[in-house]
Design a protein around this ligand. Structure first.
Ligand SMILES: [Zn+2]
Length: 863
């Protein structure tokens, strides 16, 4: 069953505005008008309900049939305390009206009053005090992620209301007592512990004990054909459901998965001073889960491929898994125990979870590896948005939960951790931890805002956190840095550093970073407290002028830092991998902003550097930038001319590495370029014989990716490559993914046209991860001559993508579509769309996402 999101026309909007204009205080004195019934969950409605309701509890029974398309019958009792019964009360339910079968309030049937995604309970049926509402309904399918033999919920941020009638706002925490009737061979897991299960004929009913008191976006269950694994870690039982079939992956991953959860829990108990606050701790691995993970209380969901790794896993993948498990586990305290009042602060739980995950990494003690991961993970991703005209601040207003999805993105996930680290640096580790502990204790099992946290932290530091908060959290953008040595001639006595806002505004980002002065006698590192527009740093006395100044060698400063010309041909002289990473990032940012080397000269420098770079995270960063410059900023003719040299250098760099993981990164870079017939023939040979070069280990996924790389290059093999690859894949989920993608890689333009046309139907966009991956190939630079024509329709679809898809889909759709174009006509298509859809008449958040995704395309016109 599909469901089309209802939009309010302009007449409806006007009515809404009028209604808002004549609103009275929340608890009316005599006969105030009722709250308007608007789509979504408006902030007004949420605030009113928060005043009126308490002690909310749901008892929910769902009957899930074996057939994926068959309706799911539901029955529910909502119990709550009500302070005032003079107004009707709205339950949120975003499903077709006929999904509501019957409603009874306090034992009496009432007529179904369903309007604008709300079930409206009549005032006369409600009482002051405890109420019970019994509802028979059909659950909406939209967020149940139904596959043939499993399903799972993903209800963040406001999707609980698509499944059942609910007060869907984070600050009305409730217990949920769930019972699921499923096909007899299925297993099930939910927030609450399993109480019992009963087999009746072909079905089985799982009854769960009441959950902890949790926000509605954390309601969760999964059911289907899963393999259960139960282990005890540090005295705590943990249940794990998964569908992995690769015995190597299982054998190699299972111990680590449990161990990492145990380690994360003990770290967090120690750091927060609060024992694990919920009844149970289980987790489930879902194939093609939309995110890396989701922190449902009592049952964390993970993307299976992030948990199950094999011997081919790179250090980066291993660290990524550790980080992911740390992140989701940290959410048990940060987000689940103390939850934001409203989704405008959703970033807060994300940044705190990230921050904790970075902290609990055991390599933190060793220092450099963790710092390098922090720098390479967060800075390029934060800049990718913050440098664009579509940049958003970390904290954004949100008037209706239905728009909450658009708040997510790189700024929340990557700039916020940088901000947090600067905040901890400003305060000191101990005062920061003390503040965080105070905050968790004060708001445990309740809700709090970011200003609540800042107010507590402010009391633990002499610094002015409110002013600091304004530029870092409430506004977008970043500074550009410049410097002079003074006096300019003779022996310099001070280093004068300036910062200015990239957007020309009059702002200062207080922050600390390092500079290294390179003297003939050796380096001297200083920490700069850049708390003003201009800061003068006295240089060490009795030294000659430094040969050059290396900015931000520890990578923690935020903005575009200058790179000394002396470094350009001597990148390999930077011995510290963090200093190299920071310099690569600065070089790339300076190139994009037109302040540094142009794309080709920078690529030439990188070509020289790949012979020297041996650190895996840096190889990933460097080859990623290199491939981006190659495909996104060089004209096709220049690419063709450069390819033989570049391929040769990458292959040689692979052979030079001692470790298989590092070899593999260079091999992947080689694969991403592979423009000459010789390189393609070599890749084909590797794919066909399944013999990886050197000590590189290639997994089934790698061979699939190799097959896709050959297909998008129209490599002519004796037998078509993709059908052969399909036959090699044993796992049904991975086979379906490839099957879905194959038409997008067809050598026939007509087949690709047809694939793109099929995406206009919502049902063909269900597996968003598949769609995004397929679009990446469809719009590969080698396909753009025939794919550019899809751009206008792709942009026209955006609003519908947002209305019908998951929260990251609009951004990933745009990125996969526009991300590798550089042509003037493509830029014009975007410009025309923006002109035809001004901010006054088009969803401003979507406009920002478009400006973000088109940023490289626009820059390519100027570089
Ligand atoms: Zn998270």
């Amino acid at each position: 069953m599909t469901f089309r999101f209802r939009t309010t026309g302009s007449a409806g909007l006007l009515v809404g505005l009028l209604a808002a204009a004549c609103q009275r205080p929340l608890v009316p004195t005599t006969t105030a008008p009722a709250l308007p019934v608007e789509t979504g969950v408006s902030q007004t409605l949420a605030e009113a309900r928060k005043q009126l309701l308490s002690q909310v509890a749901y008892t929910l029974d769902l009957n899930i049939p074996a057939q994926k398309a068959a309706p799911i019958a539901g029955s529910e009792v909502v119990a709550f305390q009500l302070k005032d019964n003079r107004q009707p009360l709205q339950l949120d339910f975003r499903a077709p009206a006929d999904h509501l079968r019957s409603v009874a309030v306090n034992g009496r049937p009432v007529p179904i009053d369903y309007r604008n995604e709300h079930l409206v309970l009549p005032a006369r049926a409600l009482v002051v005090g405890r109420n019970e509402v019994k509802i028979e309904f059909v659950a909406g399918d939209q967020s149940l992620n139904r596959s043939a033999d499993y399903l799972y919920t993903l209800l963040v941020p406001d999707r609980a209301r698509t499944v059942f009638p609910v007060f869907d706002q984070p600050n009305l925490k409730a217990t949920i007592t769930l019972s699921l009737t499923v096909p007899g061979t299925w297993r099930a897991v939910a927030n609450g512990p399993l109480r019992d299960s009963l087999r009746t004929g072909a079905t089985k009913t799982y009854r769960f004990a009441p959950s902890d008191s949790i926000s509605t976006y954390l309601f969760s269950f999964a059911a289907g054909k899963f393999t259960p694994v139960r282990r005890e870690v540090g005295g705590r039982p943990m249940n794990f459901l998964h569908r992995e079939t690769d015995s190597t992956k299982i054998r190699l991953s299972m111990p680590a998965i449990f161990r990492l959860h145990g380690e994360s829990l003990s770290f967090l108990e120690k750091y927060t001073g609060i024992p694990y606050p919920f009844q149970k701790f289980d987790f489930t691995a879902i194939p093609d889960f939309q995110y890396g993970g989701m922190e449902h209380v009592g049952n964390i969901d993970y993307k299976a491929s992030s948990l199950f790794l094999d011997e081919g896993a790179t250090k980066d993948q291993l660290l990524g898994r550790q980080n992911l498990i740390g992140h989701e586990t940290a959410h048990m305290w940060f987000g689940d125990l103390v939850t934001m009042q409203w989704f405008n602060d959703v970033w807060m739980k994300e940044v705190l979870a990230n921050f904790m995950a970075d902290k609990m990494n055991p390599e933190a003690a060793a220092g450099p590896a963790q710092l390098l991961k922090f720098v390479t993970d967060h800075y390029p991703a934060a800049y990718a948005v913050d440098r664009t005209a579509g940049a958003n601040p970390i904290r954004q207003p949100l008037t209706n939960l239905q728009d909450a999805g658009s708040l997510y993105g790189n700024i929340i996930y990557h700039k916020a951790p940088i901000m947090m680290r600067q905040l901890e640096r400003l305060m000191g580790e101990k005062p920061f931890q003390a503040g965080v502990q105070e905050y968790l204790k004060k708001y445990a099992h309740g809700n709090a805002t970011w200003p609540d946290l800042i107010t507590i932290l402010d009391a633990h530091t002499p610094a002015d956190l409110q002013a600091w908060n304004q530029v870092w959290v409430n506004q977008p953008g970043r500074p550009l840095f410049d410097y002079q040595l003074q006096p300019a001639t003779g022996q310099s006595t001070q280093l004068v550093i300036n910062q200015r806002a990239e957007d020309g505004s009059d702002r200062v980002w207080p922050q600390q970073f390092e500079v290294t002065l390179l003297y003939p006698s050796g380096p001297v590192e200083l920490t700069v407290n850049m708390n003003q527009r201009q800061v003068s740093v006295p240089l060490p006395a009795q030294k000659a002028a430094p040969t050059y100044v290396l900015f931000n060698p520890q990578g923690l400063g935020y903005g575009v830092f200058p790179v000394a010309p002396q470094l350009l041909d001597n990148l390999s002289t930077l011995a510290d991998p963090v200093a190299r990473a920071s310099t690569y990032i600065a070089l790339y940012e300076n190139m994009l902003s037109g302040r540094g080397l142009a794309p080709r000269p920078l690529l030439d420098r990188y070509l020289g550097q790949i012979a020297h770079e041996t650190n895996d995270l840096n190889i990933k960063l460097l080859t990623g930038q290199l491939s981006d410059i190659f495909w996104k900023f060089l004209p096709p003719a220049e690419r063709t001319a450069l390819a033989p040299t570049l391929e040769k250098a990458l292959w040689q760099a692979m052979l030079n590495q001692k470790l298989p993981g590092e070899q593999k990164l260079y091999f992947k870079a080689y694969q991403s370029i592979a423009l000459t017939p010789a390189a393609q023939a070599r890749l084909y040979q590797i794919w066909q014989t399944q013999k990886a070069p050197a000590q590189v280990k290639l997994t089934e996924d790698d061979y699939t990716s190799l097959a896709l790389a050959l297909a998008v290059r129209d490599y002519v093999a004796p037998q078509p490559i993709l059908p052969q690859q399909l036959a090699r894949i044993k796992n049904v989920d991975r086979r379906q993914r490839l099957e879905f993608m194959m038409p997008a890689l067809s050598p026939e333009v007509a087949v690709r046209d047809q694939f793109f046309a099929s995406l206009k139907e919502e049902k063909n966009r269900e597996k968003e991860a598949w769609v995004t991956a397929a679009l990446g190939y469809l719009h590969h630079p080698l396909r753009q001559a025939t794919s550019e024509k899809y751009l206008p329709a792709s942009l026209d679809l955006l609003a519908e993508i947002q209305a019908t898809g998951d929260i990251f889909f609009p951004a990933s759709w745009l990125q996969a579509t526009l991300g590798s174009y550089r042509s003037a006509p493509a830029a014009r298509t975007v410009e025309n769309f923006l002109a035809a859809h001004p901010a006054t008449s088009y969803n401003p958040q979507l406009r920002l996402k478009l400006l973000q995704a088109a940023d490289d395309l626009f820059r390519a016109q100027k570089l």
